[in-house]
Design a protein around this ligand. Sequence first.
Ligand code: B3K
Ligand code: ZN
Length: 897
Amino acid sequence: STNHLLSDYTPYPFHIHTTELVFDLSPERTTVTSWLDFERKTGAQAMVLDGEHIELIAVSLDEVALIADVDYTVNATQLTLHTLPESGVLSIITACTPSTNTSLSGLFTTGAHLMTQCEAEGFRRMTYFPDRPDVLSTYTVTLLADKAQFPVLLSNGNLVEAREVDNGGHMTIWNDPFPKPSYLFALVAGQLASLEETIEHDGQSKLLQVYVEAHDVPKAQFAMDSLKASIHWDKKRYNLPLDLERFMIVATSDFNMGAMENKGLNIFNTKFVLAHPDTATDVDFENVEAVVGHEYFHNWTGNRVTCRDWFQLSLKEGLTVYRDQEFSSDQLAEGLSEKAAASARAVKRIDDVSNLRTAQFAEDAGPMAHPIRPVAYEEINNFYTMTVYEKGAEVVRMYETLLGRDGFRKGMDLYFERHDGTAVTCDDFRAAMADANAVDLTQFGRWYEQAGTPTVSVNGTYDAAARTYTLSLTQNNPAVGIELQQASLLKLPLHIPLNIGLLASSNCGSIQVGDDLPLYLAGQTDAATGTLPLSFTEASQTFVLTDIPCAPVPSLNRQFSAPVLIHFNYSDDDLNFLLQHDNDAFNRWDAAQQVYTRCILNNMRNPDAAVFSPTQLNTLGELLHNDDLSPAYRAQLFTLPSHAFLAQLISRVQALDPQALHAARQRANDALATHFESAWQLLYSQLNNNQAYVYTGAAAGQRALKNLALHQLATANDDTAVLVQNQYNTTDNMTDRIAALSIAVNHFPAAATTMLADFYQRYANEALVIDKWFAVQAANSHVSHNAIAQTLNDLLKHPAFIKPNPNRLRALIFTFCNANPHHFHQTNGAGYDFWAKHVLDIDQKNPQVSSRLARSMEHWRDYAEPHRSLMQAALKKVAENQTLSQDVREIIGKALG
Ligand code: B3K
Ligand code: ZN
């Protein structure tokens, strides 16, 4: 396999000014005719076009047929035109077979429909083309199909013409006036119904459509509302309008990822479009809103300004994730009092950061570690990662922290002024931010070049006589992943914006214990109260804070201003103090996480000792009863750090015993369940108030805390089975029903059997709900290893698991491998064998999906024996397979390498 290098970039030697395409569509054989209006830039190079899994029928230049092996040559991946003039129109006819395309890349069948997925390199599965993001062209597309079979024919941009043709056929012609790369092309041919609205926007009327299967139309309104909110938000916050006459969203059940931002024609996994209280949970609603926003925001950050090459992927993805996070945060805060809004925003930030710390920090500590702008890849689809997306978003957020809201906006404005309609690099974005604010962001550029999660070690000393508090910071970022092979690599200090606060540890003067002290940075005149942003740029750096009237407890990296790990030698009392008093809601939650982490790790070493001290339980008890804290926030405060997050922390210092970790984490949870049993009881009865379902952040928070309470009660007390059964039977929404089912599956097996049967029957026709039914069983961390093996066997043979689509595979197989550590990490290796079998099976059909599953084992080196050797053996078994896809081969190669 070839290794693609950032350093190899060269511009494409031709312009393709316009691209005209005619698709004669049918599942068994689709023909594509293209007319490419080209112009040579410089030199005399041949024109090399990409093409895979397609049949070449004819090539002509200015309507004169070209001759194979004379004018052009063709191999399995390229068509090379040897002697082209300065300019002309190249026409190519190809054919492909959508019905046998199980990779879901290129043109494929899904249910009764035909759809495309082109990013990153799917366009070349339909026609020969320079399939790279820096070749921008204006597209006109004609779609021809049987009218009865495919009544709906959609492509990018504006509809130019629609009419019937002979023999029961029909055609539509679409024109997209905005130059775009091939990865943003899309077409849909199907039997779909649509929900439509016309809005007035930017002085024009715009048609919005959400296309779904007819029976799903009642579940499409929330996506439509989310789209309208997104359009409104982007205009208001960034003055970025919807630039086409219409905007379409189409849902499909068969999709490798969440959704795709094709120009004017977004294609979505049904999971991120369909939302109805009967079938979708609060988390599903939240995700639909976020993903609709994300894809819409790409229209500017990704489509109007796109990437020069795939190494720059974070240019569009990091920025667009940052934008969707801010959109969701604004949606949650809308209409609330200032205080409630701040709390709602903290809840969103905590969700995003815990996701980052669980999954991205782990990625950044393993064999796939890479900078947000990678320098090499074998298969680009493997680099749609947590690092490129989520750490990329944190890097964008740091610009905002450094430059302020207005400064960031100035940078965005300049970015579009300079680069609209072009394909650019991450450096161009950074230059726009720097130039618009007249600041030097050279050092900040290292965030794009270096992999790994930096550790910031902090020492604090209070000098009572001098009334100073001195913070000494050291940053450390050792080589990881691919960097380990770059012998000459020198990692340099990063520019880290570190927000800090100092809490008064006692009453002093007018200052009360727990208050934020006013902060003055020595040598600087500007004073800040509360949170002070430090600009930490050296390997080691000291900050002296003056006029500090009493000994403080520091609150570090407030709001998670930088994606780093903080080391500070807090005593148990310090953490308890922060848990009681921190005025930064994010850091208060983080104090709880640190308490839990410390207690679980202690308990792993000392399983017979109590997990929590009386002081800790006392403070936690006060928080649980504190009605000033929103239910959503309290639910987060009482959620333990994930197994994966703890595993990653442990593996930094010692070999990981996954069963010991699972058991200690379980004991911590049991301790919270039993110690606060009466509080959980009270909360459950208060919050289980039979209010009709409505999706709002506040209502979702109440359900989250209620279902956490029910879960804790189930752990503490067997009588809870009645409450669980009752909630399952009487609720009006999926959030509560699936929560009850999950609790029953884990704690009340007898009740679960009938509930599972009932659930399946109720929702047999709702594919996304049946996915939940599979997932709940695959995640069962109770019962015996033998029982779970039996369940998995039954589920694999279940009629609903014949020809599973990616969502179904994720529900059963991925859930077991990634979210059930107790059963996955059996000491006889059965979980690892299961993994190997399914990686190989899935790889035959869909490399992108199997390659994601392949990653479940990349941390094998972190494990203690016998796990380590058994995992290595399973990886080797997969590696030996001769027919591995390039996708899986890269992952396994890096894991073993
Ligand atoms: N840009 C697409 C992801 C494409 C993944 C290709 N393997 C969705 C998104 O990030 O919005
Ligand atoms: Zn994206």
